[in-house]
Write a protein that binds this ligand. Structure first.
Ligand SMILES: CC(C)(COP(=O)(O)OP(=O)(O)OC[C@H]1O[C@@H](n2cnc3c(N)ncnc32)[C@H](O)[C@@H]1OP(=O)(O)O)[C@@H](O)C(=O)NCCC(=O)NCCS
Length: 308
């Protein structure tokens, strides 16, 4: 078996492998969509010919690997492997593909390496064997009814917007602080881009910004927006992010009521699924979302080259 760059004659075989993998994911987890356009994917592969590797066994394609190179202040100089970016039959095949592709990525400075993988030990273990670790979980919830929780007495909720930048930044600091504490210890990357992204979000018509107030002061918030189409996600999916409750107001059901309110708005507006991400080491967040009803679909695995 050899690892070599993708060639035009391999495209159909890779498309078939990816289609099969994504339908298998959707069979195993009904919160994943198997939506897949062979035509679009085949075009994308053709465009990424020189960044895709295949495992060739006497002329038969046994696997493939593609990673998108991306530099970001939050995630570093990295490479991103999506659920459609890889196929293989066993750990040694993944190891062979990764050894070759990884060399090219490292030469380009992409030392932060990320892969979205179906969250089941049979799918994640080969990556763990290659030094990857769990970072963020993508959780999905199907919306089918009104949700009942109301805020405790003394609290009220309003839609915020572009006039609330200071408040949004202050409450967002709660989230930042929670992630900096152990066991997350998320202190390595710059967080300056978050503020800019948050302020941009407040200006965006598609984003809903919800604020919970107590005695006229904002004490909790979240953002929701329609999810752009992405592999494994259904149409009409809402994304929830930036959920934070200031420490003095935790454990009173504020987040529960806030998310119920946002999801009831979304349900009335025609959304049928909701997604969010949480850092696996943020235990409160993980427990909160799972107890709320979100179920893991893909997990973002991460490896930093040179750290171990
Ligand atoms: C995670 C977080 C949003 C939860 O907010 P919260 O308002 O405390 O959550 P809720 O009160 O609605 O529900 C969570 C807890 O309160 C309990 N609870 C819910 N309703 C309650 C009520 N009426 N009375 C008493 N307790 C209640 C729940 O059982 C749960 O118990 P736990 O604290 O032992 O886990 C909050 O801790 C937070 O902002 N953390 C830091 C930022 C962060 O990590 N955000 C998530 C990013 S993905």
């Amino acid at each position: 078996m050899i690892v070599r760059p993708l060639e035009p004659r391999d495209v159909d075989a890779v498309v078939a492998r990816v289609k099969e993998r994504l339908s298998d994911d959707a069979r195993r987890n009904p919160l994943l969509s198997s939506d897949f356009s062979e035509e679009h994917f085949s075009r994308a592969l053709t465009d990424a010919m020189d960044q895709t590797w295949v495992l060739d066994d006497a002329g038969r394609v046994m696997g493939h690997l593609y990673g998108a190179l991306l530099e970001s202040t939050e995630y570093g100089n990295g490479v991103w492997i999506g659920p459609d970016g890889v196929s293989f039959e066993d750990t040694d095949q993944l190891a062979a593909l990764y050894a070759t592709a990884g060399t090219a990525w490292i030469e380009k400075g992409a030392l932060e390496q990320y892969a979205w993988v179906f969250d089941d030990p049979s799918d994640t273990t080969p990556w763990y064997e290659l030094g990857f670790a769990r970072m963020h979980v993508r959780g999905v919830l199907s919306l089918s009814e009104e949700r009942p929780h109301r805020l405790p007495p003394g609290y009220s909720l309003r839609r915020g917007g572009p006039d609330d930048p200071e408040l949004a930044l202050v409450i967002d600091g709660v989230l930042d602080e929670a992630q900096r504490q152990g066991p997350s210890f998320a202190i390595s990357f710059e967080h300056t881009s978050r503020a800019a992204e948050l302020l941009e979000a407040l200006e965006d018509d598609e984003v809903h910004y919800y604020v919970v107030e107590h005695s006229g002061v904002g004490v909790a918030q979240c953002l929701t927006f329609p999810l752009e189409s992405r592999r494994g996600s259904f149409d009409h999916t809402l994304h929830v992010s930036a959920v934070a409750v200031t420490p003095e107001h935790e454990h009173r059901g504020v987040a529960l009521a806030l998310i119920d309110h946002a999801l009831n708005d979304a349900f009335a507006a025609g959304f049928r699924f909701v997604e969010t991400n949480w850092r696996v080491t943020n235990r409160r967040a993980s427990n909160f979302w799972v107890r709320y009803g979100f179920r893991p679909t893909y997990v973002r695995l991460h490896r930093t080259i040179g750290s171990g």
